[in-house]
Design a protein around this ligand. Structure first.
Ligand code: ADP
Length: 253
């Protein structure tokens, strides 16, 4: 399956996307992660993107489309992928459709994770991240065992992301409302949207997400040559999916 994760910053797209992709053998394509790596390496892209990211603004569409074009063509994405953080604008979504159509592929579904804005600000301003494995923690909700270091990398101190400062969080939410929220309708129009509440425990959200997507069980014998065929859960409007989970959250805050 090729899946887009939609939803505001802090709603849990990264956490849920990582788990889903890992369990089902799909590639996780996180554009924020790719940009942060470029920033850490000091590449030309990283230098240009770093300034925009720190201000809570978006990186240019052309750059992002190029990144996703290359990444989604890598072999690990042949069975399917989860896009986290892309598309983030309508032009990016149009470019994604065109790029996949060239490969006789399409986005099967878009999952929208929703949560009220006060909760997003609370989560983001308390968020801590392991710089090695990118696992997310929270100062109060999901503390690491010793309060400071990653549970899986005991020598590694957790960090706050540069763009999780409160003022930047507000800017990111504004940018989300104006530029990214319209994508909810973009995928709803042709029946590809599934809505899931991002509130509650991580496991609960994960269960709702899988239910909304009617996820297949992990395939023990993958056949990479069959990647062009959409899965049973991907038949768009005709699938008539309307789980409880999909009714729980509405876009908007
Ligand atoms: P968030 O928690 O805001 O969803 P991400 O990790 O997805 O954060 O992205 C961090 C930053 O990287 C964004 O605020 C933006 O500056 C940049 N970025 C990531 N993906 C895109 C994209 N598709 N288009 C433009 N900018 C992007």
């Amino acid at each position: 399956m090729r899946l887009v994760l939609l939803g505001p910053p802090g709603v849990g797209k990264g956490t849920q996307g990582r788990r889903l992709a890992g369990e089902l053998g799909w590639a996780l394509i996180s554009t924020g992660e790719m940009l942060r790596e470029a920033v850490a390496k000091g590449t030309p892209l990283g230098r240009a993107a770093g300034r925009l990211m720190a201000a809570g603004e978006l990186v240019e569409d052309d750059i992002m489309v190029g990144l996703v074009r290359d990444r989604s063509a890598e072999p690990d994405a042949a069975r399917g992928f989860v896009l986290d953080g892309f598309p983030r604008t309508v032009p990016q979504a149009d470019a994604l459709e065109a790029m996949l159509a060239e490969r006789a592929q399409r986005i099967d579904l878009a999952a929208y994770l929703g949560a009220p804005e006060v909760e997003l600000v609370r989560r983001l301003s308390g968020r801590l991240e392991c710089p090695v494995c990118k696992r997310a923690y929270h100062r109060t909700d999901a503390r690491p065992r010793d309060g400071r270091h990653c549970d899986d990398h005991p020598g590694v101190e957790l960090r706050q992301r540069a763009d999780d400062a409160e003022e930047t969080v507000r800017k990111r939410l504004d940018v989300y409302r104006v530029q990214t929220a319209p994508l909810v309708d973009y995928y709803r129009r042709d029946g590809r949207l599934r809505e899931v509440s991002g509130l509650g425990a991580m496991d609960e959200v994960y269960r709702s997400l899988k239910q909304a997507l009617e996820c297949p069980d992990p395939d023990p014998d993958p056949d990479p040559t069959s990647s062009g065929a959409p899965s049973g859960a991907s038949s768009g409007a005709s699938s008539g999916v309307s789980s409880d989970a999909s009714r729980r959250a509405r876009p908007g805050r």
